[in-house]
Design a protein around this ligand. Sequence first.
Ligand SMILES: NC(=O)c1ccc[n+]([C@@H]2O[C@H](COP(=O)([O-])OP(=O)(O)OC[C@H]3O[C@@H](n4cnc5c(N)ncnc54)[C@H](OP(=O)(O)O)[C@@H]3O)[C@@H](O)[C@H]2O)c1
Length: 307
Amino acid sequence: MGQAWGFGRYGGPEVQEFFERPDPVPARGEVLIRVEVAGVNPLDHILRAGLVDGLDGGRPFPRVLGMEAAGTVLARGEDVDGLEVGDAVFGFALTGGGTYAETTVLSAPHTARVPDGLTATVAATLPVAGTTAVDALDQLGLPAGATVLVNGVGGGVGLAVARLAVGRGLRVIGTGSTAKREHAEAVGVRFVDYTAEDVTAAARELVPDGFDGIVDLAGGASLRTVAPLARNPRDVISVGDMSVPELGGRFVERRTDRRNLERAARLALDGLLTPVITAVHPLSDAPAALATVESGHASGKVVIKVA
Ligand SMILES: NC(=O)c1ccc[n+]([C@@H]2O[C@H](COP(=O)([O-])OP(=O)(O)OC[C@H]3O[C@@H](n4cnc5c(N)ncnc54)[C@H](OP(=O)(O)O)[C@@H]3O)[C@@H](O)[C@H]2O)c1
């Protein structure tokens, strides 16, 4: 048995609850882990609200929140390659196990070993924000010296994109609210405060000929404001707003496999994808951790330290 935090039915924060659950039995292609650290993501409250079908395995309620974690393998299901009991691992809970819990099951093809030198806290942030940043920049394929606008630079994915882009030699301009300036500038971003400046005018002044690429994390009206700043609409990649093709842009294509996790881990070890972790909560404080992300204005990554 272990403690877990999740929801008894679909809804708002009022449906969230702590409960005890038996350790899940790893099915074929799954590993049971003792969770050390779980990452907190917008998708967690989106799933709780019942807005996405099919991503949480259709398990009975109560369901456990959380898509990503780092921890230690306790048991393996059948057909698990490359992961052994006792390994420190990180990855995705794609089959509905949930990661805001003392134990959970991860999908083995979407789980990798934590390399020596990487902490569980850093590793727990890589499945969602880390690999998304890698995918978005790979799909833009910009050469060193190119300009990229990161719309929503202050959040978990935004700061990961910014750090990786700066490391690739790109000139990075990022939008966010006032509190994000310090984090963004610390990773080398030329920051535009959307609460204090006209984003279009500020961006045009910085990059008069238009951006070589845009990575959008904020979506909605702000995506529609920044999209025309790209030289070519095709080079607008949104990570959160699926309506981006209406603007001529592309929704990010995700690669959640072990290979991409290993790549993100190597980049983190090399200091090119080091997450900006702004809050580490104990499991008992999971409601506050998710509330920060659900506000829509999180800074960097929020994680839950379970063990
Ligand atoms: N497709 C995928 O696989 C995938 C993977 C990861 C994330 N996502 C999605 O990508 C989005 C971002 O994820 P995340 O983890 O980075 O979320 P996050 O940590 O909550 O960050 C979102 C950031 O956007 C900023 N923001 C909000 N409105 C803005 C505006 N009008 N202009 C500029 N910035 C604004 C927020 O803070 P301020 O407003 O205070 O600056 C916040 O820092 C979410 O929609 C998430 O669901 C999708």
